[in-house]
Design a protein. Structure first.
Length: 271
């Protein structure tokens, strides 16, 4: 190997390590921001936590990205027991040093969490598998990828469906679950295609799609997406439900806009 190839290899490895560390930090941030562990397990004891010492941590910490409060506290249980516990992710703060807590039992042991609603726990669990997959695959940007074969719209659609389903799960559980499953399937397809391209090489540009055919796809997607969003806005007054209802129409609308942009670029490149 030449010195230049060794340097490129080292730079690639370093970049992939940074990507995986960054994804791990995002996962920790999601863990704390959505309270996904606070809703996991069966409640066995109830009590009150009183903070004894709080420190501001960040911008990078075990709570992930951003600035959070980390507090040591004494937990007084309703049965008369006492436990010392550490609360991260701003569960306790100097402004609210005393909160009701609950001990939750699970197969992994137990955890002491603040007893408050966790409306976005489903979003955290929905993002668990995609974030683990992103940490496993990493990110590779090829020097030249034909726009007709790009996976970016597929990835965007998959992530959007997962996020919309996770946010809307509390308002519309069945639809939210279906959107999460659909988003995972789309991301799996994108991952399989990504692995295949990395092993077999990125395909050369193929024959362009005929303008008339692409125009039909464009207008169909734009019309279906726009009408779907308009109808969805009439059926849910709250934004989590709206986000779930407009998820699929937004994908159709995005596909139409993407096809439109391809047609514009193709016209510009035509001799």
């Amino acid at each position: 190997m030449t010195p230049a190839s060794i340097s490129r290899r080292a730079a690639h490895l370093g970049a992939q390590i940074l990507v995986r560390v960054f994804v791990a930090l995002i996962f920790l941030t999601v863990l704390g921001a959505t309270g996904m562990t606070a809703a996991d397990g069966m409640a066995s004891r109830h009590g009150t936590a009183t903070a004894t010492n709080c420190q501001r941590v960040g911008p990078i910490s075990t709570s992930g990205l951003g600035f959070w409060w980390s507090c040591d506290a004494v937990v007084n249980w309703s049965d008369g027991g006492e436990t010392r516990w550490h609360f991260g992710n701003s569960a306790l703060t100097p402004d609210e040093p005393r909160k009701p807590v609950v001990r939750r039992e699970s197969d992994r042991g137990f955890d002491v969490v603040v007893a408050e609603p966790t409306p976005y726990a489903a979003l955290g669990w929905a993002l668990l598998i995609p974030l683990l997959g992103l940490a496993f695959l990493g990110v590779r940007i090829p020097p030249r990828v034909p726009e007709q074969r790009s996976l970016l719209p597929v990835l965007a659609a998959g992530w959007w469906l997962v996020i919309a389903g996770g946010v809307g799960y509390r308002a519309l559980p069945v639809l939210g679950l279906l959107l999460i499953i659909a988003g995972h399937l789309v991301l799996v397809v994108a991952a399989v295609l990504t692995i295949g391209r990395r092993r077999g090489g990125y395909p050369p540009p193929g024959a362009p799609v005929k303008f008339a055919q692409r125009s039909r796809y464009r207008w169909t997607s734009l019309l279906a997406g726009g009408c779907g969003i308009a109808v969805a806005l009439l059926f849910s007054p709250k934004w989590p439900g709206i986000m779930a209802l407009v998820a699929l129409p937004a994908v159709c609308l995005g596909a139409g806009i993407w096809l439109w942009s391809l047609m514009i670029r193709q016209r510009i490149r035509r001799p």
